[in-house]
Design a protein around this ligand. Structure first.
Ligand SMILES: Nc1ncnc2c1ncn2[C@@H]1O[C@H](COP(=O)(O)OP(=O)(O)OP(=O)(O)O)[C@@H](O)[C@H]1O
Ligand SMILES: [Mg+2]
Length: 305
């Protein structure tokens, strides 16, 4: 016999089927209620946040006068830099690269002096392209080979961000920048770079698994501006209320791909629960070397603003 859909529709539904539909409706209503409760809870949690400033970029004449052809040529000649706006909706224009330190940090001469002291001639390609984006407070995922200057690509805008918030550093009651790294070695390397270009007396500490926990806890009480940490130890201190993450406004996940590979996703997620959702700057300046993982990072860490 041929199957007739209208006949099937007319057939009375078995009792348990209707009961099942009722339960599904109740479940959906309950979910909506929980969702609304979570939104209310989030609002309460972040109700007393101090204001945050994100845009510090002043485009130099030389940078703004670059034509599209010149920008394309610069990108081609500099490791074939490629840029894409991952935010949904209308694509935002990608800023022109800053070809000199002066172009990027014109209003911050002390920072330029610190870089020049290191003997660097000009920015590396990822720095030229990342600085004008991060300095505008736009989230960034940077993908580049090893040894291409990714650390300074996020540290320099971070220094400017920390030093120019509406609430002075000493009144902030906690660190302003958090750099998460997959290993102790990398955390120590980043700390060394931080100290090397030390700007306006910003103080940094390193927190990692094999280090002296008591010492790290003590150091945290000494007016720290920047924490460079591996997720496991930071998560341990966070769970024991030994570190304040609410004051973080600039977040970096360095070698984010490696952190996910090493299984730190759960700890990172727990850490992010205590970092304000409108965290500033690129707020996440993600630096990864595996482009395959970029879209996953974007989704997992909800970078869109
Ligand atoms: N503009 C620059 N000009 C010359 N050297 C630079 C510049 N910026 C950074 N460097 C130097 O380049 C070296 C590599 O930089 P960095 O460690 O940031 O690279 P990276 O991309 O993070 O590499 P890795 O993937 O190995 O961590 C460092 O010694 C750093 O001091
Ligand atoms: Mg690096």
């Amino acid at each position: 016999m041929a199957w007739a859909p209208e006949q099937r529709k007319a057939e009375p539904q078995p009792r348990d089927h209707r009961a099942c539909r009722g339960a599904r409706g109740r479940w959906r209503r309950q979910q909506r209620k929980w969702g609304a409760e979570v939104v209310r809870w989030e609002k309460r949690k972040w109700a007393d946040l101090p204001p945050i400033t994100k845009n510090f970029y002043v485009e130099s004449k030389a940078t703004s006068s670059l034509s599209k052809v010149q920008v394309d040529l610069w990108r081609k000649e500099n490791f074939d830099v490629m840029c894409d706006d991952l935010k949904d909706g209308k694509k935002r224009p990608i800023p022109n690269p800053t070809c000199t330190f002066q172009d990027a940090f014109q209003p911050y001469p002390e920072l330029i002096r610190n870089i020049k002291k290191a003997g660097f001639q000009k920015p590396m390609p990822i720095q030229s392209q990342a600085w004008p984006i991060i300095l505008q407070g736009i989230d960034l995922i940077g993908v580049a080979q090893t040894g291409t200057g990714k650390t300074l690509a996020y540290l320099m805008p971070g220094f400017i961000h920390l030093n120019n918030q509406p609430i002075p550093r000493e009144e902030r009651n906690g660190p302003g920048m958090l750099v998460l790294t997959p290993t102790r070695e990398l955390a120590l390397q980043v700390e060394a770079e931080c100290s090397k270009y030390s700007y306006k007396g910003l103080k940094s500490i390193c927190i990692y698994g094999a280090g002296n926990r008591e010492q790290q806890i003590q150091d945290l009480t000494k007016g720290i501006d920047i924490i460079i940490a591996t997720p496991g130890r930071l998560n341990d201190l966070q769970m024991n209320n030994l570190v304040n993450l609410r004051s973080i406004t600039y977040l970096v996940l360095d070698e984010a791909d490696k952190m996910l590979d090493l299984g730190f996703e759960h700890q990172i997620m727990k850490i992010l629960l205590d970092v304000r959702p409108d965290r500033q700057t690129c707020n996440h300046c993600m630096v990864t070397e595996n482009s395959m993982i970029v879209s996953m990072l974007w989704r997992t860490l909800k970078l869109e603003k």
